[in-house]
Design a protein. Structure first.
Length: 161
């Protein structure tokens, strides 16, 4: 019994101030976020203290992995307005335009136009032809149909936002 008391005393004396500060808040199943909130410690301090306590076999750590999907800045922008592909399709519907004409009429920047060309060609929704004015763009039958219905990407953005 005395050796157990001696080990406990030795453990107590070996505790870092962060470990001492965190100990009163440790309960089974508490997350790092809960501990940060309860202890008013920084997340990095909580994580360090938990790791040190774990190294001393004082606590056990259970980790869970979560995938979180969210919209970036562009995703937020497109959730409020519409995808560049939608603008591209609506602008090009029932006509043929050059890249420059399409960019001007749609208000899309050059980068967005180039990305739309690649994505819509890949879907089989766009035909490119050489014309005296440059590259001509027109929609296939599938492209005309896509212009009038919601795309999977738009549905996904709605679900995430």
């Amino acid at each position: 019994m005395k050796s157990d008391d001696a080990q406990v005393q030795k453990l107590i004396l070996s505790l870092h101030p962060l470990e001492r500060k965190l100990l009163p808040f440790l309960k089974t199943g508490r997350s790092v976020d809960d501990l940060v909130s309860a202890s008013k410690m920084a997340e990095v301090e909580v994580v360090r203290a938990i790791q040190w306590l774990s190294n001393k076999n004082t606590v056990t750590i259970a980790t869970t992995e979560q995938e979180i999907i969210g919209l970036d800045e562009n995703g937020e922008k497109y959730a409020k307005t519409c995808l560049p592909e939608r603008t591209f399709l609506k602008t090009l519907q029932k006509k043929q335009l050059s890249i420059e004409q399409l960019a001007k009429q749609s208000g899309l920047d050059t980068n967005e136009v180039q990305i739309c060309i690649g994505l819509l060609k890949q879907k089989g929704a766009l035909i490119t032809t050489k014309t005296p004015q440059g590259l001509g763009l027109s929609l296939t039958q599938l492209g005309e149909q896509l212009a009038d219905k919601e795309m999977v990407e738009e549905q996904l953005i709605k679900k995430i936002s």
